[in-house]
Design a protein around this ligand. Structure first.
Ligand SMILES: CSCCC(=O)C(=O)COP(=O)(O)O
Ligand SMILES: [Mg+2]
Length: 231
């Protein structure tokens, strides 16, 4: 089937899981107490802190909210409030050049080639849209934001829900069957396939030392790098 647009995940797909788990998450974990102390009064920050308190059953002190959020980081919870707050914290890390975002060279190369060939590129990640833009804007391969037409996060819906992919297809104005979704998580690919998208599983040795083969691929086409996708 022809592909007319590409939708990609970030962590484990364009970029290594270890950069997110070993650099970004610990950075946010450490910075959280100071961030909440200094910026907890800003409406855009308070809105998400209040969302955490509500989920905990009501009124909570800021110290408790910080502990809850740090626990969610440890569990890799893909909670929209956590992701929004993490994005705000990483902003200063990127601006101070404390780190650049990992981007596999094969991913940067393929995205550039597809962009040059006229394929619209879109991103769908559990990271908040501002965090995605920071990530692509401060990547090891330079500022890649100009290549991306649309950004989607969990405000569009969960990545394991077919309805999210239907919403994305609608938003970008493409028939679901014309969109190729790339991810390292089979449950996300299952949801995308249910919505009618084409799918490819990224199964990178650095991120997944044990190849996912046979039933573990859930029938999705499996590649180890973007160079093998061959749009
Ligand atoms: C792009 S922000 C940093 C990554 C992150 O927080 C995350 O949860 C990534 O999840 P993904 O959906 O890209 O696998
Ligand atoms: Mg991923």
């Amino acid at each position: 089937m022809p592909v007319r647009a590409i939708l990609t995940d970030i962590e484990g797909t364009t970029s290594s899981i270890s950069f997110v788990k070993d650099v970004l998450f610990p950075y946010a974990r450490r910075a959280l107490p100071g961030f909440v102390r200094e910026r907890g009064g800003e409406p855009e920050v308070r809105r998400w802190l209040d969302a955490v308190a509500t989920e905990q059953g009501g009124v909570c002190s800021d110290d408790t909210i910080v502990e809850v959020l740090q626990g969610w980081i440890d569990q890799d919870r893909k909670h929209t409030a956590l992701k929004a707050l993490q994005g705000m914290i990483w902003d200063s890390g990127y601006r101070r050049a404390d780190f650049t975002a990992h981007m596999y060279p094969d991913a940067a190369r393929a995205l550039q080639e597809w962009h040059d060939a006229g394929y619209p590129l879109h991103v769908y990640s559990s990271g908040s849209v501002p965090a995605q833009k920071l990530f692509f804007g401060h990547s090891d391969a330079g500022d890649l934001t100009g290549m991306v037409s649309n950004w989607f996060d969990t405000e569009t819906g969960g990545k394991r829900e077919a309805a999210s992919y239907a919403r994305i297809a609608e938003a970008i104005g493409q028939a679901p069957g014309d969109i190729l979704f790339l991810s390292d998580v089979v449950e996300e690919l299952d949801a995308a396939r249910e919505a009618g998208l084409q799918t490819v599983l990224l199964d990178r040795r650095q991120d997944y030392p044990q190849p996912r083969e046979g039933e573990a691929t859930h029938g999705h086409r499996r590649v180890e790098t973007f160079a093998d996708i061959g749009v």
